[in-house]
Design a protein around this ligand. Structure first.
Ligand SMILES: [Zn+2]
Length: 478
């Protein structure tokens, strides 16, 4: 096993990872703002944090991971008011869609899913603490954070504060570095907007205070890892640090991990360019959940990911190749015995896989270790040089791979069906098995016309058959 190293945005360096309490990791991920369906750029970040949590678990850490649902912010308030419905009514559909999408992409549930609107009390208490420490001021019923008072402001995003005017304010939750100003912790209600009646007055929380309050409530004042997309580093995470550290006087987060942007065919994804995709857009085009997960996971998180349809096609083939190899290991009968070189080869593959992920979650390097092994093992099998005694170790290596990448189970069709998409109009598993058995029987009695007829019928319906050396048959959907 290799030492785990991660890139910490706070230090700007790759550092050895060691949690505060040995063996236990407290991790927070900024979840989606549930005002619409999340897009594939969002899912790039969520797949990254899933790979991270799965790898940490694989390495034996006990994980407490919190992910929030931002179900109150500027856009939600505006959209709900425009639709004339309450916040919960407005967001529920997108919350459920997000859960379903995560399940489809095999993104594990964190230990705690939490909603901002269930934690307003904690936000109010945190704002009161900041008021008592004079980090705030009031203006027209809203409460602002005085960034000039927090001397470390800018340490995460390395922003230059020299041009910033003390007392200038910004009311939007999202803004650029150039417009860095005192930001709203609590916003006075505008007519027709949803608000809470609280000891600090009527209103609603700003987006930034939500994550500070919830992270500390569920994970303590100093947490090990905070993840998010790189676009959240400023202002959101900078403001989280300012709020939390001003309140507690302690470091808020020990390792900040940020995933880079996703481009589509080399361009920034935008609705106006027509290259804006939700997961469902891609499922409707017939792409498989496993291929999408693989495509999003295969580029190391700190590299920009150029999402292309060619790449998605390649990911589909890669997953298929790995699944075929797993089936081959399971079904074929190899010559008995063991061979030291292959045993060593498997051990090297597993070690290289671990080395890749330990190196700041270099998924490309980890996958290369798996591909190289699978290619060499397939060649050895074709030559009759792979031995039965090696099967178990090879399967264990694949299982380790799949604990992190989670693509080997052939369940795309079921997943798509659960979301309301039919992957293909083809036959279900039971019918395929029945036809395959009939064809086997036909071959046995040397009725090759019938055997070919069944093969062609299945092919027309999108099912490929592959006869293996040992006489068994594998099938897969095209
Ligand atoms: Zn957040």
């Amino acid at each position: 096993m290799h030492e785990i190293q991660v890139h910490n945005t706070l230090s700007g360096k790759v550092e050895p990872f060691a949690p505060l309490k040995p063996g236990v990791v407290h991790m927070y991920t900024c979840g989606p703002t549930v005002y619409d369906y999340a897009h594939i750029g969002n899912y790039r970040t969520f797949v990254f944090q899933d790979i991270l949590r799965r790898f940490l678990k694989l390495r034996g850490f006990q994980l407490t991971h919190v992910m929030n649902l931002t179900d109150v912010d500027d856009r939600i308030i505006a959209n709900a008011a425009a639709a004339g419905v309450g916040l919960r009514d407005y967001t529920e559909k997108y919350v459920q869609a997000f859960f379903a999408d995560c399940k489809t992409l095999s993104i594990e549930s964190p230990e705690h899913w939490i909603r901002a609107t269930d934690n307003i009390d904690s936000m109010v208490r945190l704002i009161q603490t900041l008021q008592n420490k004079t980090y705030t001021y009031n203006s027209e019923g809203s409460i602002y954070y005085r960034i000039a008072k927090f001397k470390d402001y800018g340490k995460l995003s390395k922003i230059d504060l020299s041009g910033i005017q003390a007392g200038a304010r910004v009311d939007n939750d999202r803004y650029e570095k150039e417009s860095a100003r005192d930001f709203a912790l609590w916003k006075a209600p505008k007519p027709g907007e949803h608000f809470w009646e609280t000891p600090i007055g009527p209103g609603r929380p700003g987006w930034h205070i939500e994550c500070s309050a919830m992270a500390m409530k569920f994970l303590g004042e100093t947490i090990d890892i905070h993840t998010g997309g790189i676009d959240l580093a400023f202002p959101h995470h900078e403001n989280e640090i300012a709020q939390s550290e001003a309140a507690t006087g302690k470091p808020f987060v020990r390792y900040w991990l940020h995933a880079e942007h996703l481009l589509v065919e080399g361009e920034k994804m935008s609705k106006s360019l027509g290259n804006f995709f939700t997961l469902r857009d891609l499922f409707a085009k017939g792409y498989k959940p496993s291929a999408l997960r693989f495509a999003l996971a295969s580029v190391p998180y700190r590299r920009q990911l150029n999402f292309t349809f060619d790449g998605l096609q390649q990911a589909t083939s890669s997953v298929e190749r790995l699944r075929n190899f797993a089936v081959r290991l399971k079904n074929e009968r190899f010559p008995a015995g063991k061979q030291a070189p292959m045993a060593e080869r498997i051990a090297k593959g597993a070690s290289d896989f671990d080395a890749g992920l330990s190196d700041d979650l270099n998924t490309a390097q980890a996958l290369a270790a798996v591909y190289d092994f699978v290619r060499e093992a397939n060649i050895a099998m074709d030559k009759g040089e792979f031995r039965q005694g090696e099967v178990k170790a090879a399967q264990e290596f694949l299982a380790t791979f799949d604990k992190v990448f989670a693509v080997l189970e052939d369940n795309d069709a079921e997943k798509l069906k659960a979301l309301g998409y039919s992957a293909s109009e083809g036959p279900d598993d039971a019918e395929i098995e029945k036809l395959v058995a009939e064809r086997q029987a036909a071959r046995k009695r040397k009725d090759f016309a019938e055997s070919d007829r069944i093969r062609n019928e299945l092919l027309k319906r999108g099912i490929l058959l592959e006869d293996t050396k040992d006489g068994s048959v594998r099938w897969k959907r095209k």
